[in-house]
Write a protein that binds this ligand. Structure first.
Ligand code: PMT
Length: 427
């Protein structure tokens, strides 16, 4: 991941930050009034925090820099102090810190850690607080955006990926490294994200609409488990990622979210009222309990269609029966029962199909009295169950409303919420 620059390039690069620059292309101060804490980690990419700082201040943001101890091996605080107009924070216990971590935590509109080393990512993921930057992150409710900087092999390490997943599951935005020629000369994943990519994430986080602040959104996710006996159950391949992404996106846009989820390995999004269930019957009970207060209902769960007609009270013994026949009966059709209870709720279903996508989704939309249905073909490797990405066709009573191409599920969640918002108007 390290970009090796020659001394001449290095000096020319630094000199460019102190020469007057043309007026930024963006005429309005898009980030005026926004207070950003820029955390700088100990990576060779630390020098890339300088132009980033310049871009943010050009857009009107007020930026305070926090450097880790190892960052100071790569760059001096004076550079950041000169460009930000604020003293650089480096030490949790500095005599003049007057509890800087609390002030920064409370006043930040965004905490941006760029570059973030594997060590920093691991400490954030495990809630460690042994220096100023990690302490203020734990003390703050501000959105956190992390820009990783490390060699491609380190990025691919399972431990690093596990830490990244842990952060993403708690609503932390972690940018992926980009594909290209690495410092090692190899070509692969591991290049530091471009300044444009970072700026686009910052602006979308700081200008995220809060257009759901008047909405109460009920979202279901994940599979259900239908017991065969105390040990065995029938399930499906749902990971809960789609519903989880919808809950995170709705919460970020100001909605009051009730999240009913079947068993998954995901950590519930923070600040979201999460209810865990196992069976279709339990999910039906919870959906009916929270339906009346909801203004928007999004059923992303893969509710089992069948349950055992009879659940054994004790573990079925395989030596007693060489062949086991199971008798299944239909589970309650939760979504199908909601239309008759509607008092203004906007009801969105999903359709998981392996063929006749539009026809089947249209049938479900009409039969269940839905306002919208998200039809996804679950036979493709990178869509549907378990994947981090998805693609869908969105239908409403007028027909095809939108074709959502393959994209990360958290981006699809935003698109779906945009479509619902558009249908609801600015009520
Ligand atoms: O969880 P992921 O791994 O991220 O995968 C996402 C997903 C594929 C599960 C998701 O995108 C999706 O398609 N969810 C719906 C899966 C499903 O059960 O589809 P269906 O066509 O069988 O059901 C149609 C609708 O009826 C769904 O909204 C479902 O929640 C609902 N339903 C189904 C059965 C039942 N007994 N009661 C219901 O309410």
């Amino acid at each position: 991941m390290a970009d090796i620059v020659s001394d001449r390039q290095h000096n020319a690069y630094f000199a460019s930050f102190f020469t007057p620059r043309p007026t930024p292309r963006v005429t309005q101060k898009q980030l005026f009034g926004k207070h950003i804490v820029l955390g700088v980690g100990g990576s060779i990419a630390a020098y890339k925090a300088i132009p980033l700082l310049r871009r943010l201040t050009d857009l009107g943001a007020d930026v305070e820099v926090v450097m880790t101890a190892s960052a100071r091996h790569f760059i001096t605080p004076l550079t950041f102090q000169t460009l930000s107009g604020h003293p650089v924070h480096t030490d949790l216990f500095a005599s003049n810190s007057n509890m800087a971590h609390l002030r920064l935590a409370e006043t930040a509109d965004l905490i941006l850690v760029s570059p973030a080393t594997a060590n920093l990512i691991g400490r954030f993921a495990h809630g460690l607080a042994d220096d100023l930057l990690s302490t203020l992150i734990l003390a703050s409710h501000a959105p956190l955006l992390i820009v990783p900087a490390m060699d491609g092999d380190m990025w691919q390490h399972p431990r690093v990926q596990q830490n990244v997943q842990t952060l993403r599951e708690t609503s932390v935005e972690v940018l992926d490294p980009e594909f290209g020629t690495l410092a090692s000369g190899h070509v692969g994943w591991g290049r530091f994200p471009s300044e444009e990519t970072i700026m686009s994430s910052i602006i979308s986080l700081l200008t995220m609409p809060s257009d759901y602040h008047s909405e109460v959104v009920l979202i279901t996710a994940g599979p259900t488990h239908e017991a065969i006996d105390p040990v065995r159950y029938i399930a499906n391949r749902s990971s809960g990622k789609m519903g989880h992404a919808l809950a995170q996106a709705a919460q970020k846009r100001g909605a009051k979210v009730t999240f009913i989820t079947g068993p998954t390995s995901l950590t519930p999004p923070p600040s979201v009222h999460t209810i865990s269930i196992s069976t279709a019957k339990e999910m039906q009970n919870e959906v009916h309990k929270h339906f009346e207060r909801a203004t928007v209902v999004i059923m992303a769960a893969a509710v089992a269609d069948y349950q055992l007609t009879h659940t054994a009270a004790t573990k079925l013994k395989k030596h007693e029966q060489k062949h086991l026949s199971l008798t299944l009966s239909l589970t309650p059709d939760i979504l199908g029962t909601l239309a008759s209870k509607k008092t203004g709720q906007f009801i969105v279903g999903f359709a998981a199909e392996t063929e006749s996508l539009i026809e089947e989704a249209t049938r479900k939309l009409q039969e269940k009295g839905l306002d919208m249905i998200i039809a996804n073909d679950v036979t493709q490797p990178d869509t549907g169950f378990g994947s981090d990405t998805n693609a869908a066709i969105v239908l409403d009573m007028h027909g095809i409303a939108e074709n959502i191409p393959l994209m990360p599920k958290h981006e699809m969640a935003t698109k779906i919420l945009d479509l619902i918002r558009h249908r609801l108007g600015n009520r």
